[in-house]
Design a protein around this ligand. Structure first.
Ligand SMILES: NC(=O)c1ccc[n+]([C@@H]2O[C@H](COP(=O)([O-])OP(=O)(O)OC[C@H]3O[C@@H](n4cnc5c(N)ncnc54)[C@H](O)[C@@H]3O)[C@@H](O)[C@H]2O)c1
Ligand SMILES: [Zn+2]
Ligand SMILES: [Zn+2]
Length: 347
């Protein structure tokens, strides 16, 4: 089979690899499409070294069809369309024992902690597979993993019907939070970023989405003005590494300043940079700040939403490249984030 191997940091090579037979309880999936994520960009650049030593096959957002089943597999037959959940938890640590799997001390991801899905065939445990109807294109199924981040964040924050929301960051994560939230609330959603093209994707797809470019508008007065001076029920931080200018506010602090009294802030951005939080701003509101990591059990709901056309996956897909052009795809995302949000690879 063909596999896209990161030979050295910054350099992919597509090569032939052998694939073993699926073991007991395993399913061999023929990958149709895989999606490139921000985490893959970090792996590509070597930021995750030594967690991801080279040579390495990344890929944790992928979908395909069942090619073969190992012994003891139930519920999957050859030809089934499937989405793959790349998360592996230990089941033994205190968080796992409380069914709080995303907080697993030993959490591992296919395509991050072991070779992943940027290849034509992969053997995975049947627990990691979700059946999908024929009607959902594989391109859309390859986005179930990233939608999981958005739906899980909405669950963690307790988004409910009628809620008003502020999302800091209109990147891949911010966009899926927006789409997930829209399946729950028709209330106003404010979206803050520094790249107009990314804001435009959301504004032209959804009603009642107010986009704010933090480079030319101060987001907090704009949000307050349009929420009767109160602020939103919930704010998400989905930036991670913020662009700093003299006028931009740190997104975590921005999220805290976006909410009403007794509101909720949900943080997702992964960065080593400390966020300058003024706790007084949180305490006066007696607000909650909570974190969200990966997903937990949201796959079936996302597949249902995709089947019912209640999400807009096409606006997230900037381009589909054949797997042979993986190097070019990674370079394109790095060089031109205004043009490329998500690139899918076709295997
Ligand atoms: N918690 C989780 O489960 C989880 C999962 C995946 C990714 N992440 C993290 O979420 C973060 C976002 O990931 P992504 O793939 O969407 O990245 P991304 O680069 O596509 O999106 C980040 C966005 O923030 C914008 N931005 C930069 N500076 C800003 C500022 N000062 N104010 C407002 N917006 C600003 C950027 O223009 C960009 O559009 C990353 O840190 C990533 O590692 C977390
Ligand atoms: Zn990802
Ligand atoms: Zn665990």
């Amino acid at each position: 089979m063909k596999a896209a191997v990161l030979e050295q940091y910054g350099k992919f090579r597509v090569e032939e690899r052998d694939i073993s037979e699926p073991g007991s309880g395993q399913v061999q999936v023929a990958i149709s499409h895989a999606s490139i994520c921000g985490t893959d960009m970090h792996i590509f650049k070597g930021d995750f070294h030594p967690r991801t030593p080279v040579p390495f096959i990344p890929g944790h957002e992928m979908a395909g069809t069942v090619a073969k089943t190992g012994s003891g597999v139930e519920g999957f037959v050859e030809g089934d369309k499937v989405a793959i959940d790349p998360i592996i938890w230990c089941g033994e640590c205190p968080a796992c024992k409380e069914n709080h799997y995303p907080a697993c001390k030993n959490l591992k991801l296919l395509g991050v902690d072991m070779d992943g899905g940027f290849c034509q065939l992969i053997n995975v445990d049947q627990k990691m597979l979700f059946n999908a109807p024929e009607t959902i294109p594989s391109e859309h199924l390859a986005l179930v993993e990233i939608y999981g981040i958005g739906f899980h964040a909405c669950n963690r924050a307790g988004v409910k019907k009628g809620d008003s929301i502020a999302i800091w960051g209109a990147g891949r994560v911010g966009q899926v939070i927006l789409q997930a939230a829209r399946t729950i609330t028709e209330g106003p959603i404010f979206l803050v970023d520094v790249i107009d093209e990314r804001l435009k994707i959301a504004r032209t797809t959804y009603e009642n989405v107010i986009t704010i470019n933090a480079l030319d508008t101060d987001p907090i007065p704009a949000i307050l003005e349009q929420t009767g001076g109160m602020g939103c029920d919930i704010a998400f931080e989905a930036v991670g590494h913020p662009l700093h200018t003299e006028s931009t506010m740190n997104p975590v602090r921005g999220a805290i300043n976006s909410i009403r009294g007794a509101g909720i802030v949900c943080v997702l951005g992964l960065t080593d940079e400390p966020a300058p939080i003024v706790f007084k701003e949180l305490i006066w509101k007696e607000a909650k700040i909570i974190a969200s990591r990966v997903s937990h059990g949201e796959y079936p709901l996302i597949i249902e939403n995709l089947a019912a056309n209640l999400l807009n996956p096409d606006v997230l897909i900037s381009a589909v490249f054949p797997a042979e052009r993986i190097q070019e795809a990674f370079e394109a995302i790095e060089k031109d984030p205004a043009k490329y949000l998500k690139i899918l690879l076709e295997f």
